[in-house]
Design a protein around this ligand. Structure first.
Ligand SMILES: [Zn+2]
Length: 374
């Protein structure tokens, strides 16, 4: 590859709106008549009937496979066998980030079309041509890259507004990392996740994503608490899903996600935290390493705190974390191939440890300043 090769990638079709699940059959039938549908029991209970009805209405035959909870190599292989038996032409991932990442891996191996129907706006997994693969115990293993993005991403905001607001907040945190990381990667002339440099479009999407979130995130969060769809809610679901997804993939990742991946190496209560919650903390750590001025840093802290996102060690369930454990996090974040190497500067583990501690220090100082208690 030449060093000036720019690459932008995206899903085949993106559909969003209240009640669009009723159109799933229409869109999926354009991809194939036989579907392997991956969804866990909780998701199926909430929205399975609406999806079944729509698929049946458009004569899509499908078999539901129960997703067992982890986006691991073993789970992907198990579901591939089911898809082979059924001769699935399309794989439907219905649920949260891990079910979606699993479905993408299954579709690639089956050489089938891939339809992604997220039931939360909690990560930017839906649109990308990659999966985050974890061990069966939930530790980050690797990114798995695919030959193409999903053929269809269909987002029913009427379903998403019924999910707990904590999921939306997590998606906002994942999406707020997008521009912080992409602009750092672009500054360093690093490659994006599509294996080239960012196009103007890739960069613009990341910047727009952040703008939408600072304008609408709190209003969307309130709408979600009341389980209603509003224009701000629609805007934030799009930012969390489409803008964040295209923005990170065709812009680039950097420190925030590497530090997130580092946190997955720890055991204990931190495993109760969502992807986005760990990313929120990692984003503030990167902002500190990026020498972000105080006023700007506080704008981020203010939004994270208003959304109940963890920016103190206590909130991240790491109140009693040892220096040795933080050093392990830092070493994992700086592993060869990690996106931390997309930053314009070289990092030593001790600098990452200090940045993690600094997140806690600055967040607590800010909370005291604005009269918030931990
Ligand atoms: Zn993420």
């Amino acid at each position: 590859m030449t060093t000036n090769e720019k690459v932008f990638i995206s899903p085949g079709r993106y559909v969003q709106g209240e009640g669009v699940i009723a159109r799933a059959g229409h869109y999926v039938s354009n991809l194939g008549q036989s579907a392997l549908l991956i969804a866990d029991d909780v998701v199926w209970k909430i929205a399975g009937e609406a999806l079944s009805k729509s698929l049946e209405g458009d004569n899509v035959r499908f078999e539901r496979a129960v997703f067992e909870g982890e986006a691991s190599s073993r789970e992907i292989d198990r579901l591939v066998k089911l898809g082979q038996k059924q001769k699935a032409e399309v794989v439907i991932g219905f649920g949260g980030g891990k079910a979606i990442d699993t479905a993408k891996g299954v579709a690639e191996k089956l050489e089938a079309a891939c339809a992604v129907l997220p039931t939360t706006a909690s990560t930017d997994a839906p649109t990308s041509a990659l999966s985050v693969i974890y061990s069966d115990d939930g530790e980050f293993e690797s990114y798995r890259f695919y030959t193409k993005n999903p053929d269809l991403v269909l987002v029913d905001t009427g379903i998403i507004c019924k999910a707990p607001p904590r999921f939306l907040a997590s998606g906002i945190a994942d999406a707020l990392a997008t521009w912080v990381e992409a602009r750092a990667a672009i500054r360093a002339n690093a490659n994006n996740m599509a294996g080239g440099k960012a196009t103007l479009l890739g960069a613009t999407i990341g910047e727009k994503c952040e703008e939408v979130l600072f304008e609408h995130a709190l209003l969307a969060y309130q709408a979600n608490q009341a389980q209603i769809v509003t224009p701000s809610f629609e805007a934030v679901v799009e930012a969390n899903t489409l803008l964040s997804g295209l923005g990170f993939e065709s812009g680039g990742l950097a420190g925030a996600h590497a530090i997130h991946n580092g946190f997955t190496a720890l055991h204990g209560d931190i495993h109760d935290m969502t992807h986005g919650e760990k990313v929120a903390f990692g984003t503030v750590a990167q902002l500190i390493l990026d020498q972000t001025p105080q006023a700007e840093l506080e704008e981020y802290l203010d939004l994270y705190l208003a959304l109940g996102l963890p920016v103190t060690l206590k909130a991240l369930k790491l109140e009693d974390v040892s220096d040795e454990d933080l050093y392990r996090v830092a070493e994992a974040a700086l592993k060869e191939g990690e996106s931390s190497h997309n930053l314009a500067y070289e990092l030593k583990p001790q600098q990452v440890v200090s940045a993690i501690k600094a997140v806690d220090v600055h967040a607590r100082a800010f909370m005291e300043k604005v009269g918030l208690s931990e």
